[in-house]
Design a protein around this ligand. Structure first.
Ligand code: PMP
Length: 352
């Protein structure tokens, strides 16, 4: 065997929620928004002049960066945009987790973190969450090469407040702390306000969930000028045109329609809380959610059994066959009708 073959990367890539090629399937497996993006997005895309596509896009996403800076009352030098927060996070791991010491993150969290660590050869140490899946900030007092915390956490849906984030920041002044806020808009404290005080804090967010633009791949990071300029340098050493023209157009229109955004988020939260209640009435244990999904288990039916039963009936939810969470299902909040249908099916299974 030749040397390049022997040295081929031995990595286990991230596995995303399945995308079935069938409109009849109710997809509750990828934490997508059940509602379409703002009508302003549709209008902006319809008005996009195809002739413009002969040119490269704005390399820094300047109009979008400006809108995001205005929205958060920060400078444009504090904002970075990329191809979904996965791209922004991967670039951040590459840029900031460069120590021989391990980076720290919870044992139960976004399963892309170990994939990037393996790919980029970043040492890491898992800090076990407690029996209620809560993160103990004290675990992050240990010496480390960086910290990454999803808040709210996924797939547990649990969110933490300002004190928790401050505790971690106060004990980690010499490394970069990344707070992954993919689901923050569904009712969690956002640490963006802390970037002016903590030069080592990077907050990532996405348009994929609360702004219904998963198909456009738009994510962003907020941080000190130092962190953002470093991220830009890494991006420009790799792919200097990350956000295409259509994605920039759609994202700008989405940011400008605040009313639609608030209304959609409110609807999802209401459906989430109603569904959690219905599931609890069916005997499910449902964790308190600050996201657009629910993390639930049932004492009498295994998660795998429920997963297969729903799947046979045209509803896809997410099941992770992994230690500690292999009896839980992650259920994305859909429309009221979709959740009603799911609860009716579950009633048939459970009550008979
Ligand atoms: N962080 C977390 C915790 C997520 O669940 C996801 C969605 N898979 C992402 C980041 C990435 O989302 P996107 O790349 O669509 O912005």
């Amino acid at each position: 065997m030749s040397e390049w073959e022997k040295n081929l990367l031995d990595i286990a890539p991230y596995v995303a929620g399945e995308q079935p090629d069938n409109d009849k399937i109710i997809k509750l497996n990828a934490n997508e928004n059940p509602y379409p993006p703002s009508p302003m997005v549709e209008k902006a895309l319809a008005e996009l002049d195809a002739k413009e596509l002969k040119k490269y896009p704005d390399a820094n996403g300047t109009p979008l960066v400006k809108l995001l800076a205005e929205k958060h009352g920060i400078g444009t030098e504090n904002v970075f945009v990329g191809n979904g927060s996965d791209d922004v996070l991967a670039l951040s791991f590459r840029a900031f987790f460069n120590s021989d010491k391990p980076i720290l993150y919870p044992d139960i969290t976004y399963s892309f973190y170990p994939v990037w660590c393996d790919l980029l050869k970043i040492p890491y140490k898992l800090c076990p969450v407690d029996e209620n899946f809560k993160i103990d900030p004290k675990d992050y007092y240990a010496e480390n090469g960086g910290v990454v915390i999803a808040n709210p956490n996924a797939p547990t849906s649990i969110c933490e407040g300002k004190e928790f984030i401050l505790d971690i920041l106060e004990h980690n002044k010499d490394c970069v702390v990344i707070v992954d806020e993919a689901y923050v808009d569904f009712g969690t404290y956002s640490a963006v306000e802390l970037i002016s005080k903590y030069e080592n804090l990077l907050v990532t967010q996405t348009f994929s969930k609360s702004r219904s633009l998963a198909g456009m791949r738009v994510g962003m990071a907020f941080g000190s000028e130092k962190l953002i300029s470093c991220l830009k340098a890494v991006k420009d050493s790799y792919n200097s045109y990350p956000l295409d023209t259509a994605a920039q157009t759609a994202a700008c229109a989405a940011i400008e329609d605040e009313v639609y955004f608030m209304r959609t988020v409110m609807r999802v939260k209401q459906t989430r809380d109603d569904t959690a209640q219905s599931l609890r009435e069916l005997g499910f244990k449902v964790l308190e959610s600050g996201t657009n999904f629910l993390f639930a288990s049932h004492p009498d039916f295994s998660a795998e059994q429920i997963f297969s039963y729903l799947r046979e009936n045209g509803i896809f939810v997410r099941y992770f066959k992994k230690p500690r969470i292999d009896n839980f299902l992650r259920i994305t909040v859909g429309t009221d009708e979709q959740m009603k249908l799911m609860c009716e099916l579950l009633t048939k299974l459970i009550i008979k």
